[in-house]
Each structure stands twice: as structure tokens, then as C-alpha cells.
Ligand binder design. Structure first.
Ligand SMILES: *[C@@H]1O[C@H](CO)[C@@H](O)[C@H](O)[C@H]1NC(C)=O
Ligand SMILES: *[C@@H]1O[C@H](CO)[C@@H](O)[C@H](O)[C@H]1NC(C)=O
Ligand SMILES: [Zn+2]
Length: 467
């Protein structure tokens, strides 16, 4: 066998500090020696650096093929939950899992699991995965490289002759994007045991008034039940969860760094606000007589910016992405206004302080301007998540052994990992993407960068499987 494999074997042993010299008759060493053709207790030499071989060409083909399962023409990708194309894409993934020798299982909402049994299948497995749904007119890499890349990481390990101790599992999560039912990370939220979501889905419909359950049944899921608690996984179901993803930001590309080791995922809170005033004719109602719902909204929007900046941390952000005025005529004082506010941080307390300030401000604006605060609704307020130290350490040493540049960073977008962190130690691997573009057709990641990500993922999975 070649030196690549020998390097791999040596490295796995050295990282775990397993007996390298003394354990001559350790049966696992014997197996390693058999397939590697080298005695593993040989001192490691300089040329034993790792080069786990990724089938880049095959992986790129799969990415391209999956991108054709789209409701809009190339280069854009649109793949909406439980649509015909989504069903085809799911079939594509399950087929690839099968070809990699994984045993495939699906739950009631269509989270797909492909498992490679380890030598000690009773231990909690190590899992990895992401999503393949795509918002309208987006690109072909977001989520996809974390699913196809995970399957390829399994292939890499299999080709190298690796034998997992803990089972390894690839997960394709249902509906990371909120496109159809307005709920992001639907699959992973349920896996993490969200009872609220299981209840909410009983009455959730899409914009065509198709119920969640009818849509799920169309795709072959949720067949005879209204009860989604079967999807819940217990805390401790996995010893680790890792997600490979494009950065969706410009940092790695600008710095020419190969790998981002994610230390924390910022979590959003979203707030809906409605103000109501009396409206009136833009000419006839004099200024002292007005209670302008539009100005109340404008004042609140500026207050959001102020409170976010007051936090003193670059990691606190806030956005008023929706601001609607009613009736929306040039000669009519707005009688109603509607704002939707997104605020995020990696520090939950700091973010919640911002939310509280926004609430107080909405109340005082309403009082000062004589408008009614008819709604102030915190739609969601997910806690941020920190990566697990042992997982980030495994990822960092994987990068070092693979001779790849890396840096620690924060994920400012959120991912299924945010919810997996509720039931499992979690880590994320970022790779560079062109100008940080995402959620548009120009989204691009070079296959060399993807392959680097796959190698880091494969080696990290190997380390954690033996841990
Ligand atoms: C949506 O569908 C439900 C059940 O079929 C029906 O009762 C309701 O009137 C529909 N709503 C709209 C807005 O069409
Ligand atoms: C490691 O990376 C450096 C810098 O890119 C390069 O010069 C060196 O040849 C690499 N070593 C190996 C063994 O790949
Ligand atoms: Zn994504």
C-alpha cells in the first residue's frame, strides 16, 4: 500500500496517543498492519504527511447533477421542501448513500440518515451533514457540500481502509430554509426535540393553503400520523455532530485561508411590530394633530440601529428588513405600519438586552406619538451555540496534519448545527466561497476548496470515531 495510507494510519494512532511501540500484539494494530502493509510502530517519517484522496471530479459531477434538480433554470437553483424536485433530489442522496454502503433510514419528516456501523455500534455515533433545499434562485453549494461532501468523506475513509470504532452517520436535514412553511431548520429543530414545533406543524399551511402534513405525504412522509414526536432524538444520541459548509462570507477567500474552524454560531431573534394611528389626508391634517404610524416605525428602525451599536460588540447586529406602510399612498398619512426586525449575537444575554431595549422603545414611541402598539411579537429567540472544544481541537489538528491553513471564526449565519448543538457536542468546518456570495446563482466554491473541506471532515470523523 502507498505512503498516503501509511500516513493516515500513523497519524490516527499518534493523535490518540494510543500505544504505538509497545502494543505489538494489540489485535487492532494487527488489522492496521495487515491493510497498510507497514508495521504501524515504525517511527513516523517526514513523508508520512496525509493526503487523503478525494474524488474531486466525481464530487463535482454530483454537485452539478444535483443542481439540475431545480424548479428554475441554471445557474440558479430552487428546490422547495417536498416538491417534485425535492423528492428527486432525496432519491439522489439516498442512492449515493447506498452506493457508499451506508444503511439508510428516514424519519417522519424526511430527515435522511445513512449509517456506517463501527466496531462498537453500541457507542453513540459521530454524525455529519447539512441540507439540500434551496431558496428560490439561489446557488448549488449552500448545504449541498455538507451532504455530498459528507458522503465523499465516508468514501475517502473507506478507500483508505479505515475501520470506525464509533459508527459514522451522514444526515440530510429536512428544510433548513424557511421558504415553504416559514420555519427554518425544520428537520433539525424537530430532531432536537422541539415540542412547540411539533404542535405548530399541525396547523401550519403554505402560501397555497397546503397543510404541512399534506405536503409531507406528497413526498412520502408522515404517512399515518399527526404526531411528530417520533422524530425527536435523545440528548446524547451522538457523540459529536460536524457540519461542513461554505462560509457565506468573504473572510477565508480574502485571507486565502483554506479552512474556517467555527467556534460559535450566532443566533437570530426575530420580532414583528405593528403600529396603528388615525391616518388622514396629507394636506388636511395639521402636524400637531397627527399620530403617524409611519414615523413611529421609522423612529423604531433607527432605535434598533442605536441599541445594536450600544452593545459595544462587533458581533451584535440588527436589521429592519421589512417596513410596510398602509395605505401606502403619497397623500395619505400612514395609519398602519409593520416592521420585522432581525437581531443576532453570539452572546445570548447581550442580544436579549437589545430585544428588551427595542421593546421599551416601541412602548415609549407609541406613547409619545399617540399611536397604538398593536403588536410586539418575538417570533423566535433561539439561543446561540458554542462549538465543543474537543471537536474544534480535532478539526484543528486535522488541518495541521493535512498542512492546510485555518483560522477560528464565528458563523454569523445559522445552520442545522445550531439545533444539533442542543442534543450533541457540535462543530462546523467552513470553506472559502467566491466573494462570500450565497443565496444567489453566483454562489461558487472551487472544487479544490471543497476537497480540502472533505479531507478535514474525513480526518476529523476518523479521530472522533476512535475517541
Ligand atoms: C384553507 O384550507 C382549509 C382546509 O381545507 C379551509 O378550511 C380554509 O378555508 C382554507 N383557507 C383559505 C384562505 O383558502
Ligand atoms: C505544506 O504547505 C507549505 C506551504 O503551502 C508548502 O510549501 C509545503 O510544501 C507543504 N508540505 C507538504 C508536505 O505538503
Ligand atoms: Zn446552508
Amino acid at each position: 500500500m502507498d505512503t498516503k495510507l501509511r500516513g493516515f494510519v500513523l497519524s490516527v494512532y499518534i493523535v490518540f496517543g494510543l500505544p504505538v511501540i509497545t502494543a505489538h500484539n494489540d489485535p487492532s494494530n494487527k488489522i492496521m498492519e495487515d491493510f497498510s502493509g507497514y508495521p504501524i510502530h515504525e517511527p513516523q517519517s517526514q513523508d508520512s504527511l496525509l493526503s487523503l484522496s478525494v474524488d474531486s471530479e466525481g464530487l463535482q459531477k454530483q454537485i452539478d447533477e444535483l443542481s439540475t434538480l431545480s424548479e428554475t433554470p441554471a445557474p440558479s437553483v430552487t428546490r422547495i421542501l417536498y416538491s417534485e424536485k425535492d423528492v428527486l433530489a432525496r432519491r439522489f442522496i439516498k442512492n449515493l448513500m447506498g452506493l457508499s454502503g451506508l444503511s439508510v433510514r428516514e424519519d417522519a419528516v424526511g430527515n435522511i440518515f445513512g449509517r456506517w456501523d463501527g466496531d462498537e455500534p453500541e457507542l453513540a455515533p459521530v454524525s455529519t451533514g447539512s441540507h439540500i433545499d434551496a431558496i428560490p434562485y439561489s446557488g448549488k453549494y449552500d448545504g449541498v457540500i455538507g451532504v455530498l461532501g459528507a458522503i465523499e468523506a465516508i468514501n475517502v475513509l473507506k478507500r483508505s481502509g479505515f475501520k470506525p470504532k464509533r459508527s459514522l452517520e451522514v444526515i440530510m436535514f429536512t428544510s433548513e430554509e424557511p421558504t415553504r412553511f416559514g420555519i427554518s431548520c425544520l428537520g433539525s429543530r424537530l430532531l432536537a426535540g422541539s415540542k412547540e414545533l411539533a404542535e405548530l406543524l399541525k396547523k401550519t399551511v403554505d402560501s397555497q393553503n397546503i397543510s404541512f402534513f399534506d405536503a409531507a405525504r406528497f413526498a412520502g412522509y408522515a404517512n399515518h400520523l399527526q404526531d411528530l414526536t417520533s422524530v425527536f432524538l435523545e440528548k446524547g444520541s451522538y457523540s459529536a455532530f460536524i457540519e461542513l459548509h461554505i462560509e457565506q462570507g468573504p473572510i477565508l477567500e480574502e485571507e486565502a485561508t483554506s479552512i474556517g474552524v467555527v467556534t460559535a454560531i450566532a443566533a437570530p431573534a426575530s420580532i414583528k411590530v405593528d403600529f396603528e394611528g388615525s391616518g388622514g389626508h396629507a394636506g388636511a391634517v395639521l402636524m400637531p394633530m397627527r399620530n403617524d404610524a409611519g414615523l413611529a416605525a421609522a423612529e423604531l428602525a433607527l432605535a434598533v440601529e442605536k441599541f445594536v451599536l450600544e452593545s459595544g460588540s462587533i458581533d451584535t447586529v440588527g436589521t429592519v428588513g421589512i417596513l410596510e406602510l398602509h395605505p401606502g399612498a403619497i397623500n395619505s398619512i400612514p395609519s398602519k405600519s409593520h416592521l420585522e426586525i432581525d437581531t443576532r449575537d453570539i452572546d445570548e444575554k447581550r442580544r436579549n438586552v437589545v430585544i428588551e431595549k427595542i421593546h421599551q422603545s416601541a412602548l415609549s414611541i407609541s406613547e409619545n406619538r399617540g399611536v397604538k402598539l398593536s403588536e410586539f411579537k418575538i417570533v423566535n429567540q433561539d439561543p446561540p451555540a458554542l462549538s465543543d472544544d474537543l471537536i474544534t481541537m480535532a478539526m484543528e489538528s486535522a488541518c495541521q496534519e493535512l498542512n492546510l491553513t485555518f483560522r477560528k471564526m464565528i458563523s454569523r449565519a445559522y445552520h442545522d448545527s445550531l439545533f444539533m448543538a442542543r442534543i450533541s457536542p457540535m462543530g462546523m468546518i467552513f470553506i472559502p466561497c467566491y466573494k462570500g456570495y450565497s443565496h444567489k446563482p453566483e454562489e461558487f466554491a472551487a472544487i479544490e476548496d471543497i476537497a480540502n473541506g472533505v479531507r478535514v471532515l474525513a480526518l476529523t470523523l476518523a479521530k472522533l470515531s476512535l475517541a
